[in-house]
Structures are given as C-alpha cells and as structure tokens.
Design a protein around this ligand. Structure first.
Ligand code: GTP
Ligand code: MG
Length: 362
C-alpha cells in the first residue's frame, strides 16, 4: 500500500485499520522525519491499533493546557471520532469508602473474563486542590492494572469541574477509538460531579452502604433520579441482613419516582466487591438496559442530547474563562465590586458596564 493510501485510510470511517495495514518501512520513515504532523498521524494509527501507550500519550495531549497541544489534540480527536461510539459508558458514584475502586476492580475483571476491553477514567473535582486522585489508589485495582485488556487513567486535574469534564469527555472518545468497549467513569459525590458524570454516560450506577436507620437519609437530592441502578455494596459477613433490608427500602422508594425518559425501571442489587458476589448480576442489568434503550431509540437520542449539552457547556466555559482571565477585566471587576460595597452602583448596572467593556475588547 502506498503512503498516500495509508493516510487516506485513516480518514475513512468503516472497519478499524489493523497493524497489518501499516507498512513498516513507511512507518519508520514517518518516525525518522520527526515532523509533528507525521508524529500525530503515527499516534492516531497506534491508538486505533489499540496500543495502550499511544492511548496514554493521546490522553496526555488532550489534557494539556498548552496552546500548541490543543491543535494537535483536536486533530487527533477528529481522526479518532469515526471509530468511537461503540461502547457502553457507565458512571459509578458513591460516598468515599463505599467501595468504588474495589467494585471497579471486581467488575472490570469480570468484564474482561467476558471478553470485554475495559477503560477506567475518573472525574474528581477535588484532585486539583489536594493533588490526590481517586484512582491514585491503584492498589485497590491490583489485578485490573495487570490486565492486558484494561486501561486505567487517574483523573485529570483542572481548575474547574467544567475543564476536567471536557478532558474526560475527550478521553472517552480516545478510549473508544482504541477499542475499549466498556468505559467506567468513577466519581466521588462532591459538588456537581455526579451530575457531570451522569451527563456523559449511558448508565449511572450508585453504590450505597447498608446502614442503621433511614436508608434514604443523607442522599443528595437528585441522585436517586439519576441512578439506573442502586447497588448496595459490602453485602457480606454480618452486613448481609442489613443490606437485604436496605434493598427492600430502596425498591419501595423507587416506586415513588416517575418512569424515566428511557423507559427503564431502576434496579436495586446487592454486591460484595471484596468477595466478588453480585457482580455478574449488575452486568446482567446493564446488558438488559442496553438492549432496551437500543431498541427504543433512547441510547442514540440520549447521546445526541449529551453532545448538544456539551457543546453549550464548552461555549459557556470558554466565554467565562475569557472574561475572568482577562487582565483588564479582572481590574474592572475589582473596581465594580468596590463600587457595590460603597453603595455607588447596583449589581445589574455594574454587570452591564462590565459586559459592555468586555464586548469592546473583542
Ligand atoms: N467487607 C467489604 N469491604 C469492602 C467491600 N468493598 C470495599 N471494601 C473495603 O472498603 C474500603 C474502601 O474501599 P474503596 O474501594 O477504596 O472505596 P472507594 O469508594 O473507592 O473510596 P474512595 O476512593 O476514598 O472514594 C477498603 O478497605 C475495601 O477493602 C466489600 O464489598 N465488602
Ligand atoms: Mg476509590
């Protein structure tokens, strides 16, 4: 195959190119040329071949805030996009210590046994502050990290949830292009992070613990509405009885919620991530869900809605950053904040003034 044909094969949608498509001589020449353009093409090819190192590098590129990297990342994403979309994206949330990481370890290993390729990403708004990461504890995923068919990426750091979310969305596309057909996105229930993960996944899983008293206490409003399944984890040892009771209670509570737009009735299950029980049951739900929403059209409709939502989010984020990061606007804002404190202007008049100044800048 000539070099020209190879290049055009990358831009075609259809079946994935395999490593057999790559002419080793031209690949070598591409590397030797060391021109960025060719390096990117090489990276895309390796990514599409399912090379995990290439996937890691590609994600680093989309996570980068450097202007020159943004353009390369954009090209890479465009090349990857026709090959993505063939996965199920599953959001997993729950309070710290509920067993998310342990659950992902068991669930991921189970899926790999079923012949799946599993990518694990995280949305963690707290990581930028603490410099920690919810997937930093790869020790909890001891077995999964060793699996050839698993890819685990700690959460991207960023100054805003919007920024982290954008990077995660792009990383999902890259994982899918690399052939990962189950993408697990872990988040800890901080601030808006659950809503954010819900708006980028097909199926939303809430992990809970059985506890004394009212099971529904301490659950943030809206989380139950988002959940497609509630899994009561640590249903093992002395905990089994309480877990069964919690299951009954959640089932009762779910009856009170209106039917979801997807037509899906949320399920409640028990699991022990540690003892690896109930894990297959969760996958059965998800497969059932997938079949149903593919048949009734919700799967595609929901993804399209999510894309539209993220288009608007990206614009909002961009405009906000342009305003607040502009040196002149920062100063003007200070002036107006002071004016408000001194009762010299109303909030709305100050806002109008600032926006007018901002518009003149552009
Ligand atoms: N008995 C029991 N313990 C579990 C189970 N799943 C997790 N654990 C334990 O609970 C603790 C917390 O588990 P993690 O998987 O780190 O929980 P997490 O939700 O990821 O926690 P954060 O990352 O801090 O949000 C660990 O000591 C686990 O061994 C389970 O099914 N049964
Ligand atoms: Mg964890």
């Amino acid at each position: 195959m000539s070099k020209k044909n190879q290049a055009s094969a990358l831009s075609e949608s259809g079946s994935k190119p395999t490593s057999a498509n790559v002419n080793p001589n031209s690949a070598q020449r591409i590397r030797a040329s060391r021109k960025n353009k060719f390096e990117e093409r090489d990276l895309l090819q390796q990514l599409l071949d399912g090379n995990k190192t290439a996937l890691g590098r590609a994600i680093t590129l989309v996570e980068s805030n450097q202007f020159s990297h943004r353009k390369k990342a954009q090209q890479l994403l465009e090349g990857a996009l026709p090959y993505s979309q063939k996965s199920i994206r599953i959001g997993i949330t729950g309070v710290p210590g509920v067993g998310k990481s342990t659950f992902i370890e068991s669930f991921g290993s189970y899926l790999i046994q079923q012949g799946k390729k599993v990518a694990v990403l995280a949305v963690d708004p707290s990581s930028s502050v603490s410099h920690g990461s919810i997937l930093g504890d790869k020790t909890r995923m001891e077995n999964l990290v060793k699996e050839e068919s698993a890819f685990i990426r700690p959460s991207a750091s960023g100054s805003s949830l919007g920024g982290v979310a954008k990077k995660t969305r792009e990383s999902i596309i890259l994982c899918e292009a690399a052939g990962f057909d189950v993408v697990l996105i872990e988040t800890v229930g901080v601030g808006q992070s659950e809503t954010t993960v819900h708006s980028m996944t097909d199926f939303f899983l809430l992990l809970k613990l059985a506890g004394a008293g009212d099971e529904l206490q301490g659950i943030k409003r809206g989380i139950i509405e988002m959940a497609d399944a509630i899994v009561i984890n640590k249903a093992d040892g002395d905990n089994i009885k309480a877990a069964r009771e919690a299951k009954l209670e959640f089932n009762r509570a779910l009856q009170l919620y209106p039917t979801k737009e997807s037509g899906w009735k949320p399920k409640v299950a028990l699991s022990s991530a540690l003892k690896q029980t109930g894990i297959d049951n969760v996958w059965d739900f998800i497969s059932e869900f997938e079949k149903m929403v593919e048949a009734n059209g919700h799967f595609q409709k929901n993804r399209k809605e999510q894309d539209k939502f993220w288009l608007l989010q990206t614009i909002n984020e961009h405009l906000k950053n342009r305003f607040y990061q502009n040196v002149m606007m920062k100063k003007e804002l200070e002036v107006q904040l002071k004016a408000i404190e001194d009762n010299k202007i109303t909030a709305f008049a100050a806002a109008d003034l600032l926006i007018e100044k901002f518009e003149k800048l552009n």
